[in-house]
Design a protein. Sequence first.
Length: 370
Amino acid sequence: MRISWPHMGSLEFVLGSVFEELGLDYLLPPPNSQRTLELGTRYGPEFACFPLKTTLGNFIEALEAGADTLIMVSGRGPCRFGFYAETQRRILEEAGYDFRMVMLEFEPGRIPGTVRKLGELKQGRPWRSVVRAIKFALSKAYLIDRLEQQALHQRCLDREKGATTKALERCYRMVWEADSYAALRRVEEEAFELLRSVPREERETVKIGIVGEFYLVLEPFFNLGVEEQLGNLGAFVERSVYLTDWLRPSGNNPVAGHHDREVEEAARPYLTHFVGGEGLRSVGATALYHRLGFDGVVHVMPFTCMPETIAKSILPRVSRDLGIPVLSLVIDEMTGRAGVATRLEAFVDLARFRRRARDAGLSYSLQPAF
């Protein structure tokens, strides 16, 4: 048995750590690339969600490299994400691949079921070892999220563009190599010191929040590096979702610090119920960013995503009522990096103008969302 799974932010560190601890054979799929996208769009339904196509491409590349057991995470509610695993299983079987599909649910309250499914793969290892491996992997995930948050906050001050990104990549390797809690504590201290030692220079910055569909917010190759682009444009960035939002059942964002109830309360004037995926969170987090003094919000969503389409239809009103600019980026296989870069540059200029006008006590008009 050789296990693999699709890329999604730092998920590879979590699952890879679990299987490493258990001594199971696993295979990381090749890094996301244009070929990944081409394979996914070739075999996937034309109007399927963009993440279904990209993760399908990951699966095909993993199977080509020798994997025979595929792991896919799932969700709940109106979002079609819950159907990905079964849809992809059928597509891959029709394409002639021989494999086993295992579906995991990292939703609040569903962690015990996920532990049981991982137990199916443990090949005789005691349950005690499985639970210990998962807890250690969660510790790695939490540390990675905190390191990513530090990078989001400081990238705008880099003396040399890309320096924080390079340091963060070194931090990833350090976390991956940690094989005990003692080693992980040492890595935590060294990694934060490495990030904070990146040369900086003071300059005018703006605060931009990122909201949107979980996968696209977390996966930099397919969101076209929106976080790094914003940071290089001089934006202090925060995002509404981190990987540990799925991995911790408390309902509290352990990195950004906002409990689900707080987000739902902020969304209530505009959206009063769960609509699947991160639709409710996108609306609520936008309102929260306004309260926290942010200068704008970038909303990232896949083409045809139902929950985020609902959020996108509501965000213009949120923008108008609260006076905070909102830029919605709808991404699919046809989206080009140059077009996204142009829109982000214009948006940061707008946010910077808004801050200067506000600081000077001047009035300004704001088109709600574009």
